[in-house]
Design a protein around this ligand. Structure first.
Ligand code: TYD
Ligand code: MG
Length: 458
C-alpha cells in the first residue's frame, strides 16, 4: 500500500483526517484542521517484517513497591497541588492564559528547589536569558542557582541533557519547541506531540522531573496540546481573572495525587505569594447588609473554601434581557432562574441578571446552586441576607434542595470563620450545628425564598 505522505490534523483536539475538512467532526471546531506530515509509524502496514517481539515478564499485583520519593519546594500551595511534592521522572503540564503567571510560578518553584540543592534547568523558548534574569531579579531570586538557556530545538536540548544529572527541567513553553525531524511548524499538534514525546521519554529514562508550560487558547483549551493531557502524569491549570490579583493553580489530572486540588496565590509586585487562608481572603472587603450577596461554603479539592457570590437583578429595557456571569456556569444560572420562575413564581424573565463570584475564583460545584439562588432572590427582593449566613446545596429541576458531599467540612470552615447561620439541604449527611452555628435546613427552594423575604419583614 502507498505510504501516506501527509495527513490533516485538527489543531484543537488532534483528530486526524485523510482529506481537509472545514469543521472537525470530533470536536466541532471550525478551521482548525491543517496539513501535517504523517508520522512514519502511523503509515499503514502495522507490525511489518519478521522480527519477533521480546517476551514481557509479568509481575504480581501484590508485589511491594515503595511510595515514590518526592521533592518538595517548600511552597506549600505548590506542593499540595503536586500531591505532596514532585515525583522523580514525572512530567507536568502547566497550562494557562498568556500572562497569568506560568513562567513566574515555574521560576519561583525552580529557584526554591535549586536553593535546596536540586539541580534545576530552565529552558526558555519565549524569552531571552536577559528577560528571565530580569524577572528573577524582580522576584528577589537573582542569586538562586538555577541554570538558564534559551533553546527551542529539542534535539539540542536532549543532547545537552545527555549524561547530565538534572532534577528538574522547565520547558517554557512547549509550543515553541520543535523537532527537526518533523516537517510541520512549531506550535502545531504534530510538533507539540513529537517534542513532548521526546521530553517525556527523557524524563522516564533519567528520573528528571519535566515541567512543560503550555498556553491556552481563548476557548480555555490548551492550543494543540489537548493531546498532551493523556501523555503527561499531571495536568495543572493556572486560572484567574485578569485585573484580579488572585491566581489559582488547579490539578485536573494527577497520577501521583488528588485531582481538583487547588493552590491559591496572590500576584504581587515581587511575584506570586501563597495564600494560606483563602476563605478569609475571598470574603475580605465584604459590605454588610447589601442585597444580592450570599456566601457559599464550597469545597475545592480537599479544602473547604468560602466565597461570596454577588447578584444584581434589575428590570431590563431590552427585549432580550442580559445574562452575564463571571466565575460560574451560564447554563447552570439559566437553570436556577428557570426553577425560581417555575417553582417559586419569581419571574425574572424581564430582568437583566448579573452574577459574579468575588475574588476571581471559578466555581464548578453544583453545590453553589443554593447560594446563587439566595443572591438572586436577595437582589430581586431587595432583602439583604445577614452577613453571618452561609449556604450550600444543589437545586433540582423540581425545586428540591439536594444534599451535597462533605457537609461537615463546609460547616466546620464556616464555624471557624465566625458564621452563625447555615442554610443547608435537609437530610445533609453529617451536618451538625452547634451553639455558635445554627442550622437552617431547607427541603425546597420555596422555603429559601420565604426565609429571605421574611428576613426583611421580621
Ligand atoms: P508571566 O509569568 O510572564 O505569565 P505567563 O508565563 O503565564 O505568560 O506573568 C506575567 C504577568 O505577571 C505580567 O503581566 C506581570 C505580572 N507580574 C507581576 O505582577 N509581578 C511579578 O513579580 C511578576 C514577575 C510578574
Ligand atoms: Mg511565560
Amino acid at each position: 500500500m502507498a505510504k501516506l505522505a501527509s495527513q490533516f490534523v485538527c489543531q484543537n483536539c488532534g483528530a486526524a483526517y485523510r482529506k481537509w475538512v472545514g469543521r472537525c467532526e470530533a470536536c466541532g471546531e471550525w478551521n482548525t484542521v491543517t496539513e501535517e506530515a504523517a508520522p512514519a509509524n502511523q503509515a499503514p502496514g502495522g507490525l511489518k517484517g519478521k522480527r519477533r517481539g521480546r517476551h514481557i515478564a509479568f509481575e504480581s499485583l501484590a508485589g511491594a513497591s515503595e511510595p515514590p520519593p518526592r521533592m518538595t519546594s517548600g511552597i506549600a500551595e505548590l506542593d499540595r497541588v503536586f500531591g505532596g511534592g514532585l515525583v522523580a521522572g514525572s512530567v507536568i503540564l502547566l497550562g494557562g492564559d498568556p500572562g497569568i503567571g506560568k513562567s513566574t510560578i515555574a521560576l519561583q518553584g525552580a529557584a526554591r528547589l535549586a536553593s535546596q540543592g536540586a539541580r534545576c534547568l530552565y529552558l526558555s523558548g519565549e524569552e531571552a536569558i536577559d528577560q528571565v534574569r530580569m524577572r528573577a531579579r524582580r522576584l528577589g531570586l537573582a542569586d538562586a542557582p538555577v541554570e538558564l538557556a534559551a533553546a527551542t530545538d529539542v534535539r539540542n536540548i536532549l543532547t545537552s541533557l545527555e549524561g547530565e544529572r538534572a532534577d528538574l527541567v522547565v520547558i517554557d513553553s512547549i509550543q515553541t519547541m520543535f523537532l527537526d525531524s518533523l516537517e510541520s511548524a512549531p506550535g502545531t499538534v504534530g510538533q507539540v506531540r513529537g517534542a513532548s514525546q521526546e521530553l517525556i521519554r527523557h524524563a522516564k529514562a533519567t528520573g528528571t522531573v519535566v515541567i512543560l508550560i503550555g498556553h491556552v487558547t481563548k476557548e480555555g483549551q490548551l492550543a494543540g496540546p489537548k493531546v498532551l493531557e493523556h501523555m503527561v502524569d499531571t495536568v495543572l491549570y493556572f486560572e484567574g481573572e485578569r485585573g484580579h490579583q488572585f491566581r489559582i493553580l488547579r490539578a485536573v489530572k494527577n497520577r501521583f495525587g488528588a485531582t481538583d486540588e487547588i493552590g491559591v496565590f496572590e500576584m504581587t509586585d515581587h511575584g506570586l505569594e501563597e495564600v494560606a487562608n483563602p476563605s478569609a481572603l475571598f470574603l475580605d472587603n465584604r459590605d454588610d447588609d447589601v442585597a444580592g450577596s450570599a456566601v457559599f461554603a464550597g469545597i475545592e479539592g480537599s479544602r473547604p473554601m468560602l466565597v461570596e457570590i454577588q447578584a444584581l437583578v434589575a428590570p431590563s429595557p431590552l427585549g432580550t434581557p442580559r445574562r452575564a456571569v463571571v466565575g460560574w456556569d451560564t447554563g447552570r444560572l439559566a437553570m436556577v432562574l428557570a426553577v425560581l420562575d417555575a417553582r417559586c413564581g419569581l419571574a425574572l424573565g424581564g430582568h437583566d441578571v448579573y452574577l459574579n463570584v468575588a475574588g476571581g475564583l471559578r466555581i464548578q460545584e453544583p453545590a453553589a446552586d443554593l447560594a446563587v439562588a439566595a443572591a438572586l432572590i436577595s437582589s430581586y427582593a431587595g432583602a439583604p441576607l445577614a452577613a453571618t449566613t452561609v449556604l450550600f446545596g444543589e437545586i433540582g429541576l423540581s425545586g428540591e434542595v439536594r444534599p451535597v458531599s462533605q457537609a461537615a467540612a463546609r460547616l466546620r470552615e464556616a464555624g471557624k470563620l465566625g458564621f452563625s447561620r447555615a442554610i443547608v439541604p435537609a437530610r445533609s449527611k453529617g451536618a451538625k450545628g452547634g451553639a455558635a452555628l445554627k442550622l437552617e435546613p431547607v427541603e425546597e427552594l420555596g422555603q429559601l425564598v420565604d426565609l429571605i423575604r421574611g428576613s426583611t419583614r421580621g
